[in-house]
Each structure stands twice: as structure tokens, then as C-alpha cells.
Design a protein around this ligand. Structure first.
Ligand code: UFG
Length: 322
């Protein structure tokens, strides 16, 4: 199968490219390299283009007859999305619309979308299953929610068959050390602690000590990026065998608080983490935990790398090497 991977040079995209290649897929990466990295990519066909420029998407489709498209390219910073919602709505919606319109025009109707736990907003039940109400609380989450609605409409109107994968907290790095988490600016918990320990940050802030959780810090569901990547391969297989649109959570159903993560990092690195407490960030829910039942049932997905020690150890190896 010939697959186009938009945003394939990014953190989750490049791990998925690697898994698809190992599984024998013919992969083309479409990326503008604004945040993606060429050295994250194995030997693969690359098309440098921008999803905001429909012509460049058409050129990529003129070159190859794709069977399916995976779409990872997105702006992902919740804080920035509050400060600059226009940037988020414009980029995340138009890039998705352009890609969908071109692929449908070229007769491609299989699509895997990188969605987020952010579509749920503040959870009313835990763990969160896919039928939980969708009430995103920040512009970033709204953009993911709107794309999901667009996908449903395109399914009805144009027979688009999609799987929207709702990621919880992607973390860890390739155990082989070829690729890992790099964001600029970095806002995520595990890299921020590790960068601080490596003297690449002056301080590390623990945001929020008054959440309604056992130790007062926020609880998240950390999922290893390699397990996330493998889920995409399974989703692609399912879509080929059973062309039905689905929304599927990707998480572990196990949560760690920020203080527990700090503790684990100290154990694994052998270094003390001297943190500064700070008020909660805008829009941080107290607890986000995924039900993984649907992913297991529909995709046959099993977790191999998502124990917290492997997540932190692979991330530490990656950041120490950079
Ligand atoms: N945190 C800190 N200090 C830091 C960074 C994070 O204390 O330097 C805390 C956050 O406040 C939060 C937890 O660590 O309580 C996890 O924060 P991350 O930024 O690592 O992840 P989020 O849960 O905020 O965000 C993730 C994805 C988003 C997605 C969201 C779903 O990165 O893209 O889950 O709600 F939108």
C-alpha cells in the first residue's frame, strides 16, 4: 500500500513512518519541515510541501497513486492557542480541509487523523471512553473537535472512511535512539524536567499543587510514542479490511501525577529534581485517563513500551544524547 504521511517528520509522525516501513508499506512523507526533522526519517520518499498550499498537495498526489493518508501536521501548543486562536483555527482547519479536498478529488478515501484527548475538555467520568461528551476547553482542542466533525460530514457526503486517534500524553523516545521529542518552545512535562536536569533550562516549574488529586498535582496518562505509532499501523490495517469510520482513544488507562513523574525521573536519572511551584496553567484538567478498551477491541492493540520506566528511560537516553 502507498501511504502519504502529512507531518511525517515530526515527533509522532516519524515514529509512525518507521513502523510503517518495518511493516512493508510504501511511504511518502509530506512535510514543510517547519518543526519536523529530516534526520528523524529513515530512508524514505520525501515531498517538501505545505498543507496551506493546495497546489503543493496536488503535486504530491500527481506523483504517486496513494491508497491512504495519515495526517499528523498540526499546531499543538495549548497555551499559544489561547493567545493566538486565529493562528490555530486557520492552520489546523485549513490544512486539514486542503488535504481532505485534494485526496478526495484524487479518489483516495482512507484517512487516519491525529486527534487529541483535548476534544473531551474537563472529564465528567474517568477513565474517558470515546462516547464521553466532547466539550473542548481550549482553542487547540476545538480545532481537533472541528476536524472530527468535518470528517463525519465528509463520510456522509463523500464516503470518506477515517479513524480519528485521540492521543493522551505522547511521551518517550525511539529505543534505538534515532528520534525523540523536540518542541520549540518545549512545554511538555517529561522533556521539561529532563532538559532542566541537563542544564538546558534554568528552572522547572510544577504547575498546580491544589488539584483534587491525592497529592494535589495533575494526573496524566503517558503513552509511549512507539506504542502510539504501532496503533497507526493497526488502524490502517483495520481501515483496509473494514472500511468504517471510528474514533479511538490511545492511552494506557493508568495515570501518574506530576509529583510521581518527578519521583520516577529522580529514580531513573539518579539526580534530584529541584522544582519551583507555580499556579495551574490555564485549561489544565486535574485528571486525564483513557479507556483503552476500544483500541484493544477494534485494533488488537497491546502496549509494549508504555510502562513509565521505559518512557522516562528512553526519553532520558534521547535528551542526554542531543
Ligand atoms: N507540567 C508541569 N510543568 C511543566 C510542564 C507540564 O507541571 O513544565 C504539568 C502540566 O501542568 C500538566 C502535566 O504536567 O498538569 C502534563 O503537561 P503536558 O504539557 O506534558 O501535557 P498536557 O496534559 O498539558 O497536554 C497533552 C498534550 C496536548 C493535549 C493534552 C490533552 O500535549 O497536546 O494533553 O488535553 F491537548
Amino acid at each position: 500500500m502507498k501511504i502519504l504521511i502529512a507531518g511525517g517528520a515530526g515527533y509522532i509522525g516519524s515514529h509512525t513512518v518507521q513502523e510503517l516501513i518495518l511493516d512493508g508499506y510504501d511511504v511518502t512523507v509530506f512535510d514543510n519541515f517547519s518543526t519536523g526533522k529530516r534526520d528523524f526519517l529513515p530512508s524514505v520518499r520525501i515531498f517538501e510541501g505545505d498543507l496551506m498550499d493546495k497546489k503543493s498537495i496536488e503535486e504530491a498526489f500527481d506523483k504517486t497513486d496513494f491508497d491512504a493518508v495519515l495526517h499528523f501536521a498540526s499546531l499543538i501548543e495549548v497555551g499559544e492557542s489561547y493567545a493566538n486562536p486565529s493562528k490555530y483555527y486557520t492552520h489546523n482547519l485549513f490544512s486539514s480541509l486542503n488535504l481532505l479536498d485534494v485526496m478526495l478529488k484524487k479518489g483516495v478515501n482512507k484517512f487516519i487523523f491525529s486527534s487529541s484527548a483535548a476534544v473531551y475538555g474537563n472529564p465528567e467520568t474517568s477513565p474517558i471512553s470515546e462516547d464521553h461528551p466532547l466539550r473542548p476547553i481550549n482553542p487547540y482542542g476545538q480545532t481537533k473537535y472541528f476536524v472530527e466533525k468535518i470528517l463525519e460530514d465528509y463520510d456522509r457526503a463523500h464516503d470518506l472512511k477515517f479513524i480519528s486517534l485521540r492521543y493522551f500524553n505522547a511521551s518517550g523516545a525511539d529505543p534505538e535512539g534515532q528520534r525523540g521529542e523536540v518542541h520549540n518552545p518545549e512545554t511538555h512535562l517529561i522533556p521539561n524536567i529532563l532538559l532542566f536536569l541537563l542544564d538546558k533550562r534554568d528552572s522547572f516549574f510544577l504547575y498546580g499543587t491544589d488539584f483534587p488529586t491525592p497529592d494535589g498535582s495533575a494526573v496524566r496518562d503517558y503513552i509511549h510514542v512507539k506504542d502510539l505509532a504501532k496503533a497507526h499501523v493497526l488502524a490502517l490495517k483495520r481501515l483496509s479490511l473494514k472500511p468504517e469510520s471510528e474514533f479511538i482513544n490511545l492511552g494506557t488507562n493508568k495515570g501518574y501525577s506530576v509529583l510521581e513523574i518527578i519521583d520516577k525521573v529522580e529514580q531513573i536519572t539518579g539526580k534530584p529534581v529541584r522544582y519551583t511551584t507555580s499556579p495551574r496553567r490555564l485549561g489544565d484538567p486535574p485528571v486525564l485517563l483513557a479507556s483503552k478498551d476500544k483500541a484493544e477491541r477494534l485494533l488488537g492493540w497491546t502496549l509494549e513500551y508504555s510502562d513509565i520506566e521505559t518512557i522516562i528511560q528512553t526519553a532520558w537516553n534521547w535528551h542526554s544524547k542531543l
